[in-house]
Design a protein around this ligand. Structure first.
Ligand SMILES: [Zn+2]
Ligand SMILES: [Zn+2]
Ligand SMILES: [Zn+2]
Length: 351
């Protein structure tokens, strides 16, 4: 994530700000420009870093989801690129679930911004009614909700937005890391498997070599995983214990880590604690740049872990990346950067 600066007063801003805390200017995030802009009227609005309040406003989910993204007034957009992807949310009377909903949307905006930086295709169900991307953000208070992905629809149990609940699950499942953003990055991995791997024979074959059979019986794998746990030597071949469950989960876990790494590198580069080549703004990495990504990541992750320990916190990145995982991740990089280079998802879908 970039380091944002208030166009009016020069104050540092966070991705989530809708007002500058220094000069009180109203702000909106522009996904196209990947920047925060001041919403102004009259002559002021023609300056660089400003938008005209006659033409732009904040997303209709400003209050409901604390959304600070800009939408055009004409044609009337109302919901931003991120919020419009949410198909189901808690009803207005469910105030408890709505708090968790806002937390989930906040994490989702980070996901969508990164996908946009990587120029990965974001095809909604308006364009592709059967397999387009959509989110069902549901409260499990009154019904069972399974976080997961099916045919483009990502379902999230909003209870994951509750710190106590999520931390209990994390400990019960013996996971070193569990966050809303991590869930979204995992589930979007499933989505991109269907969009970018299963649509290409070459990629499906390479997937099988690296990860195994994506079509392997899922229920049997699930039962085996919860009965026996991961294989004893799993840390040599997988990024997490959950990744051992099924090739599809291995892909999604590895994909999530790829997104963790790229976004964290981008943020670190924005604050000059990683090389400038680590930012999304660079165009130099390309499909063969994976070694460079990892060469930048390993020392950064180590130093960030040591910084966290200085604050008495758990490691920021409590994972190791063995050679087998790096090979699996290299495949993901080549797909992501390959898509970036052609800039044409349809070309890949037709491949
Ligand atoms: Zn300001
Ligand atoms: Zn929005
Ligand atoms: Zn999964």
């Amino acid at each position: 994530m970039r380091d944002f600066i208030c166009p009016k007063c020069g104050q540092h801003l966070a991705f989530e700000n809708s007002v500058c805390l220094s000069c009180r200017s109203p702000l909106g995030f522009s996904l196209d420009d990947m920047t925060l802009l001041v919403i102004a009227s009259g002559e002021e609005s023609s300056q660089a870093g400003f938008v005209d309040s006659d033409k732009y406003e904040l997303c209709a989910n400003l209050h409901l989801a604390e959304c600070n993204w800009l939408v055009e007034k004409n044609p009337v957009r109302r919901l931003c690129t991120s919020c419009v992807l949410t198909r189901t949310r808690p009803n207005d009377a469910d105030t408890k679930a709505l708090v968790a909903f806002a937390e989930a949307e906040k994490a989702k905006r980070r996901l969508i911004a990164e996908l946009s930086e990587l120029t990965l295709p974001i095809v909604g169900r308006d364009e592709d009614p059967d397999f387009g991307l959509a989110f069902d953000l549901l409260s499990s208070e009154y019904e069972k909700v399974f976080t997961g992905h099916e045919n483009g629809v990502i379902t999230l149990d909003l209870a994951e937005g509750d710190d106590v609940h999520r931390e209990q699950l994390r400990i019960a499942m013996d996971e070193p890391y569990r966050t809303l953003l991590g869930h979204f990055r995992h589930e979007i991995g499933h989505y991109y498997y269907y969009r970018l791997v299963s649509t290409s024979q070459d990629r499906t074959e390479r997937f099988r070599e690296l990860y195994g059979d994506a079509e392997a019986d899922y229920q049997a794998a699930l039962d085996r995983h919860y009965q026996n746990g991961p294989p004893a030597d799993w840390e040599e071949n997988y990024v997490s214990s959950y990744a051992t469950m099924h090739p599809a989960e291995d892909w999604a876990e590895t994909f999530a880590h790829y997104l963790h790494i790229r976004d964290t590198l981008d943020t670190a580069a924005a604050f000059s604690i990683a090389p400038a080549a680590a930012t999304f703004e660079r165009k130099v990495l390309g499909p063969s740049g994976f070694d460079q990504v990892i060469d930048m990541w390993l020392p950064l992750a180590w130093s960030l872990n040591m910084i966290n320990r200085s604050m008495g916190k758990q490691d920021l990145y409590p994972f190791v990346l063995p050679a087998a995982v790096l090979e699996k991740m290299r495949f993901i990089h080549s797909i992501v950067e390959g898509t970036t280079l052609t800039g044409d998802s349809e070309q890949i879908l037709g491949a």
